[in-house]
Design a protein around this ligand. Structure first.
Ligand SMILES: *[C@@H]1O[C@H](CO)[C@@H](O)[C@H](O)[C@H]1NC(C)=O
Ligand SMILES: *[C@@H]1O[C@H](CO)[C@@H](O)[C@H](O)[C@H]1NC(C)=O
Length: 428
């Protein structure tokens, strides 16, 4: 430094060089005076892009470090020199690494659209005063609902009543305990009492449940235990990171072996939604081209759980339907809050199967096979898509479809999720 001071005193040109040097060394990687400045690529990480500036009106921060360490990279970063992707998309594909050698595909998604988030944030501020900006967090903290959360030891149905997520339409105490016990954004989960949640954690959990219960579903029914959801890797601000997959719609024109295999997996997932060890009935209120996804190994699962409802068949429904549900700020974070919530009693066991038979299976199976097989498939599809016949008739048609499809799939390494097991047992 002494040398620089010498320049500074004696030479105005030296002063300029010094300033230039200081500017360079502040904005870039450390530069030694003897070497040519080497520009290290760096993502100027938008806290706003991640939604980190909105915390604790956010999902969490468990995976932020990986973003900042560039161990999660967006698709376009690699190609178009480290720019953030456009901020209005619902989801992004990315690459994720733990050791900076092997990378795996992940999906980075928002719980709702950017527009809806902005509308909701505005509504929160408007509820307080006429000013445009405010501390969203402070307003949410001061709500009656959150004050009740702060005092509560256990998450009870009254604390989530009026939240729009179909998962919380008909909550049992068993389900709510599971949420608290398995909430992965806090380090030491495991208890049904909310002692391990700080005020901040409670606000994040409530916010997430209110906007979209998708991340909570992935956390409490983990893929590692055989549930048909992608692995939850963590969240940062208002983005969540999960295992990557390709949406079902990319497979509509695949070969007959592939579509037969996917149709069988679809039917099996839908079946497990009402027949599982824990005695929960999972049901869709809506399915579309992006509801299901396929991993690299060919395994199919539920990619977007935001339209998934749950009924506890063991404990039953605790909120009675006639009860007035009071709506508050948290009821309106994901929508305009105008429409009425569907009632628990209107849910029928077969409804997800009927939806899948109406919306998705025809796109996979129509016109793919030779006669008379195609004819048989079409007949089964017509029946299982019929919402006016009995539960039993719909189930029987789906069962028949499984029988027709089973011999049509093949057993080879393209189906890594069941190969080579399928060589030895026809269970796979
Ligand atoms: C992930 O990384 C691989 C290898 O570096 C690259 O080929 C691929 O395009 C990347 N994919 C995404 C989604 O970034
Ligand atoms: C999940 O599904 C909902 C309802 O169809 C949709 O609004 C949302 O954009 C989807 N989310 C993603 C990340 O695709």
């Amino acid at each position: 430094m002494g040398r620089w001071i010498y320049y500074l005193c004696c030479n105005i040109l030296g002063l300029l060089t010094l300033l230039q040097f200081l500017t360079l060394s502040c904005s870039q990687a450390p530069v030694s005076p003897s070497s040519v400045p080497h520009i290290k690529p760096s993502y100027s990480f938008g806290r706003t892009f991640l939604g980190l500036d909105k915390c604790n009106a956010c999902i969490g921060t468990s995976i932020c470090k990986k973003f900042f360490k560039e161990e999660i990279r967006f698709d376009s970063w690699l190609s178009s020199h480290l720019k953030l992707p456009p901020d209005h998309l619902p989801s992004y594909t990315g690459n994720y690494t733990d050791d900076s050698k092997s990378w795996r595909l992940v999906e980075i998604s928002r719980l709702t659209t950017k527009y809806q988030h902005e509308q909701a944030d505005k509504r929160i501020c408007a509820s307080l005063s006429k000013t445009k900006s405010c501390s969203i967090e402070r307003v949410l903290r001061n709500t009656e609902r959150f004050q009740k959360w702060l005092k509560a030891k256990r998450l009870t149905p009254d604390l989530v009543q009026g939240l729009p997520s179909p998962m919380l339409r008909c909550p049992s105490q068993r389900l709510l305990d599971r949420i608290v016990r398995r909430y992965a954004e806090v380090p030491d989960a495991g208890s049904i009492y909310m002692d391990h949640l700080s005020d901040r954690d409670k606000l994040r959990l409530l916010y997430t449940l209110a906007v979209n219960a998708h991340p909570i579903l992935l956390q409490i029914f983990p893929e590692a235990e055989g549930w048909p959801f992608p692995k939850y890797l963590g969240s940062c601000g208002r983005l969540i990171v999960t295992a990557g997959s390709r949406p079902l719609k990319e497979f509509y024109s695949s070969s007959p072996e592939v579509v037969a295999d996917l149709a069988l997996q679809l039917l099996s997932v839908v079946n497990s939604m009402r027949n599982n060890d824990l005695n929960y009935l999972f049901y869709f209120i809506h399915v579309d081209d992006g509801t299901f996804g396929i991993f690299n190994n060919g395994h199919l699962f539920i990619r977007n759980a935001s339209t998934l409802g749950i009924i506890d068949k063991q404990e039953g429904i605790q909120l009675t339907d006639g009860q007035q549900e009071s709506k508050d700020l948290f009821s309106c974070l994901a929508s305009d809050c105008q429409s009425a919530f569907p009632s628990c009693n209107s849910v029928r066991e077969k409804q997800s199967l009927v939806m899948v038979c109406q919306e998705l299976l025809p796109k996979l199976l129509k016109g793919k096979f030779l006669q008379p097989i195609q004819e048989k498939i079409d007949r089964c599809l017509r029946l299982c898509a019929d919402s006016f016949i009995t539960e039993q008739e719909v189930s029987d048609a789906a069962g028949k479809l499984v029988e027709v499809l089973k011999p049509l799939r093949s057993c080879d390494s393209h189906f890594a999720y069941r190969y080579p097991d399928c060589k030895y047992s026809d269970k796979y």
